[in-house]
Design a protein around this ligand. Structure first.
Ligand code: PHE
Length: 345
């Protein structure tokens, strides 16, 4: 019996020696799997001995079990260490192969940027949306009716002349202002009306301060009991939001066919704060818009009852406001879409 145990011990000892040698040849986790299978798998000496433990006499079974399990545990420990080592090595290798250099500069995505005119339009829209206005739009190719006639232009009004207006034929033209949106909107909606209408307009003008196409925003408010004071407050609110809270607003009498009375509106210069500088030509004032009370004649064209309602309207050039607000001195910059210019805002 002693003999049998000794033989087993010897065999197991040799097995462990061979294992130790085999272990040195392991290079990868698949090698390790093979090794594990060879020494602990079903056909291994260890597994077979435990399986056939009943071949041993009852008295020595515990000793056989103990001996085999000792070796098994030793092998298991070795395998575990080896697996840890291999894992580390393989992780290290992976890291080296898939190396990211976090210090390399990224590839910049060049995002476009909104045209500054559009930003000014958005800013003004936000102000008026805050006051309860809606945004309205109209076509750039207009009829003489909406651009002039329904806006109370007498047939001989100079704005109608071929010199200022791009006519397509004798009835169709490129709108010279955003005011036709007033008529189009009133035709379709009953008062009260509070709208703001941005858009492109066209005039035969081309020099340092004029381009044949430019941008306007129109405002129109029609309701019961609207008066000139409401217009003044509204334009003051606008001027102070856009140019700064200390701005003053001044009205100069003017003439527009579609408003009565009419005014040109100045804001105190935001550069010299009213003292007088190059931008305001020494006057301390900047002219920014035209405005007035809606001429009651317009209501006839849109079937409003002129005894029930009053209104005010105003219109301004966006390029001019953007130039004054951002100190831009060349009108062409707005239309060239040079990213270096656009990115500054
Ligand atoms: N439409 C006028 C222009 O283009 C501006 C304006 C609009 C004036 C509304 C009064 C009322 O000059």
């Amino acid at each position: 019996m002693k003999e049998k145990i000794n033989i087993l011990k010897k065999e197991l000892g040799i097995t462990f020696e061979v294992f130790t040698r085999d272990q040195n040849a392991v290079k990868s986790s698949s090698d390790l799997d093979l090794l594990e299978n060879k020494y602990l798998g079903k056909k291994s000496l260890i597994a077979q001995t435990l399986k056939n433990i009943n071949d041993f006499p009852q008295e020595i079974k515990p000793l056989v079990g103990k001996t085999v399990n000792e070796i098994r545990r030793k092998i298991e420990d070795e395998l575990k260490n080896l697996r840890n080592e291999l894992n580390l090595l393989e992780f290290d290798k992976k890291l080296r192969e898939e190396k990211f250099d976090l210090t390399l500069p990224g590839r910049a995505l060049l995002a476009g940027s909104k045209n500054i005119l559009y930003k000014v339009i958005e800013e003004i829209q936000e102000i008026f949306i805050g006051l309860g206005y809606e945004i309205a739009e109209g076509p750039e190719v207009e009829t003489d009716y909406y651009n002039f006639e329904a806006l109370n232009h007498p047939p001989d009004h100079p704005a109608r002349s071929l010199q200022d207006t791009f006519f397509i034929d004798d009835r169709i033209l490129l709108r010279t202002h955003t005011s036709p949106v007033q008529i189009r909107y009133m035709e379709k909606h009953k008062p009260p009306v509070y709208i703001i209408a941005p858009g492109k307009v066209y005039r035969k003008d081309y020099d340092v301060t004029h381009t044949p196409m430019f941008t306007q925003i129109e405002g129109l408010a029609v309701d019961k009991n609207i008066n000139f004071g409401n217009l003044k407050w509204t334009l003051e609110t606008l001027a102070r939001s856009v140019f700064g809270k200390d701005r003053q607003v001044r009205f100069r009498p003017h003439y527009f066919p579609f408003t009565e009375p009419s005014a040109e509106v100045d804001v105190s210069c935001n550069i010299c704060v009213g003292k007088g500088c190059r931008v305001c030509s020494g006057t301390g004032w900047l002219e920014i818009l035209g405005a007035g009370m809606v001429d009651p004649n317009l209501y006839k064209f849109v079937n409003y009852d002129q005894d029930e309602i009053n209104g005010f309207a105003f219109g301004m050039g966006i390029e001019r406001i953007a130039m004054l607000k951002y100190g831009i001195d060349d009108l062409r910059l707005f239309f060239e879409n040079d990213i270096r210019f656009l990115k500054q805002f």
